[in-house]
Design a protein around this ligand. Structure first.
Ligand code: B12
Ligand code: SF4
Length: 534
């Protein structure tokens, strides 16, 4: 009973990581002896012919597609294509979007057969093993049953995360994410005891935090540390929820002397100088805090449960121990006025003085959040029902005092500022005045954009086979031959920039070539989770 899992497209600007949820699902399937494959359209271009080839080659009984709200439209397009190619395939969707609007989604899209609610490992295994008439016995699903929609009771227990087998990363295109400079993610726990009204994290993973054994966590981290990713993100909703758990992991890393750069999410009220010092000693480079607003009334309304003083304290502790604190603010929260926005901007500036880097998102009222379910009570007007607008980079809500245009103007000004800064760095690089680290940031960004272009336009796949004649080819010649061949296919670059990027990618083994007497063949390098490449 083959199962194909699919990661639909979302933009590289959201810093995608290899899809951890799908890797956990695949691992559960493998443990149950169900053959499984993953198609990842974040780092491969999507097209119906590609899907058709994959379906023909693997003949899955079930195809499972994940999505968050912002890429639900991409996900549904894939599900529709699957059904049009083979109506017998059972289509399943899961993840933090459909979990909270399952019935509406099944009603609107007849191509979906089943929605799995919440954590999916055990449920998907049961679905793959069951026949259709056994679906009513599988907890935590909403499904199509002839012309009606059926729903089973929620699962009675959260998964014991210590019993889960490690994510099946060998099925993921890790090499492509590494080439794009994206981080790898792993988790040490699931759950969050807090109830911020704009978040579905807690509803996805439960209020009681379930911890993994620190030794097995560090075994996983150690094996990931050799894969050549620049950073590993601990994707727990709240890594610092429990001091003992957090310290045990740090101590285990320190004791084994693992050299790895990692980051995590935290709340300003769940860190202390003691914890941060230990995190730093264990390799933590940055911590992301949800600060959300500079206005105390808004912080109360959204049930964040933190104070401005706690924010100031946590940021200054990070600075003291040498961890980069990153703050994320949300504009358009209930009670937002022009004054509260000014307060938030001023708070960000004040914190920048003590080392905070920060950014903004606009409120996106995702299905399942209290701010959506009770938008009237919170005075929030929701302006879009097109899920592709829910990327949180432009305003899709208004408060009585702040219009959509006003919020967009602020964010656009912020983005223009950022672009102007990049422009200034580019000028300084040209005039030779840029510092090494400034230049590196911009050059790296340009390389990533170029590599992403090569990847998503399949340029190595279509043009990477080059006749060598009867020359013996060294690496300089192989690079030159490739550059000459592919330059006309790429807009917005120069021969020098392309040569630099190809050399950089070759030296880091993001791409490689093999040469025979007659041809040079270029390709992306994949990596397996049990390899050491650093
Ligand atoms: C780490 C994280 C990130 C990281 C890494 C993201 C990544 N793709 O790897 C970063 C910081 C980059 C990030 C970015 C964003 N994130 Co984020 N993120 C998280 C976080 C904290 C954990 C996600 C995670 O890795 N969980 C661990 C894995 C194992 O779980 P999982 O992926 O959910 O998969 C399980 C289930 O969902 C289910 N499942 C999932 N898919 C499928 C498919 C099938 C077929 C089945 C059967 C089951 C199933 O089974 C899986 C195993 O149990 C969650 C909070 C949360 N608890 O969900 C938010 C969360 C997912 N992010 C969220 C958002 C909004 C975003 C952004 C859009 C940010 C933005 N612009 O606003 C981007 C988009 C990125 C994207 N497309 O995923 C929202 C999504 C809400 C929504 N409805 O859209 C969440 C829920 C937080 C919130 N605000 O409520 N994110
Ligand atoms: S925003 Fe963070 S602290 Fe608040 S509920 Fe979501 S995961 Fe928990």
């Amino acid at each position: 009973m083959n199962c194909l899992l699919i990661n639909p497209f979302y933009p590289i600007s959201e810093t995608p990581s290899p899809p951890l949820g799908l890797a956990y699902l695949a691992s559960a399937l493998e443990s149950a002896n169900c053959p499984v494959k993953i198609l990842d359209f974040v780092v491969h271009p999507y097209g119906k012919p590609v899907l058709k080839t994959a379906l023909n080659a693997f003949s899955p009984k079930i195809v499972g597609v994940t999505s968050v709200t912002m890429n639900f439209n991409e996900a549904i397009r894939i599900v529709q294509d699957i059904k049009s190619l083979n109506p017998d395939i059972i289509t399943v969707m899961g993840g933090p979007h459909v979990t909270f609007c399952s019935r509406e989604t099944l009603e609107a899209f007849p191509e979906i057969d089943v929605v799995v609610l919440g954590e999916g490992e055990d449920t998907l295994v049961r679905l793959v093993q069951a026949s259709r008439n056994e679906w009513p016995e599988i907890s935590g699903i909403v499904y199509r049953d002839s012309d009606r929609i059926g729903a089973t009771p929620p699962k009675s227990q959260w998964i014991d995360v210590d019993t889960l087998s490690l994510p099946a990363r060998h099925l993921l295109p890790l090499g492509r994410y590494r080439a794009l400079g994206m981080p790898l993610t792993m988790t040490t726990s699931r759950g969050c005891p807090f109830q911020c009204i704009f978040c579905v994290g807690r509803k996805m993973v439960g209020a009681r935090v379930r911890y993994r054994n620190p030794v097995s966590v560090v075994d996983e981290l150690e094996s990931l540390s050799g894969l050549g990713f620049h950073q590993i993100n601990i994707a727990d909703d709240l890594f610092t929820a429990n001091e003992r758990h957090c310290l045990s992991i740090c101590d285990e890393i320190i004791q084994r002397n693992i050299q790895v750069r990692w980051t995590s999410f935290a709340r300003v009220d769940t860190v202390s100088l003691r914890v941060l010092k230990r995190m730093k000693a264990a390799g933590c480079a940055a911590v992301s805090f949800g600060i959300e607003s500079g206005n105390v009334d808004i912080l109360k309304t959204i049930r964040k449960g933190i104070t401005r003083d706690q924010v100031v304290q946590a940021v200054s502790w990070c600075h003291q121990v040498g961890i980069q604190a990153h703050g994320s603010f949300i504009l358009g929260l209930p009670g937002e006025t022009p004054e509260t926005i000014k307060e938030t901007l001023a708070f960000g500036d004040q914190l920048r003085e003590t080392g905070l880097s920060y950014g903004f998102h606009m409120l996106a009222p995702f299905p399942g959040t209290l701010v959506r379910e009770e938008s009237g009570k919170y005075g929030i007007k929701i302006l879009s029902s097109d899920w592709s607008d829910y990327h949180a980079n432009r305003a899709i809500v208004e408060t009585p005092d702040v219009s959509q245009n006003m919020m967009n103007a602020i964010v656009m000004e912020w983005e223009d500022d950022f672009n102007r800064q990049l422009g200034r760095i580019a000028d300084r690089i040209k005039s030779g005045e840029a510092s090494e680290s400034e230049a590196y940031t911009l050059i790296n960004l340009e390389r990533t954009v170029l590599l992403y272009d090569l990847m998503m336009n399949q340029i190595l796949e279509t043009d990477g086979k080059i006749p060598a004649g009867d020359r013996s080819v060294n690496s300089d010649q192989a690079v030159q031959d490739l550059v000459v061949r592919i330059l006309p296919k790429l807009k917005n670059t120069t021969k020098e920039k392309l040569t630099d990027t190809v050399l950089h990618a070759l030296n880091r083994n993001y791409i490689h070539y093999s040469s025979t007497n007659e041809t040079i063949q270029w390709d992306w390098t994949n990596i397996q989770p049990d390899e050491r490449v650093d």
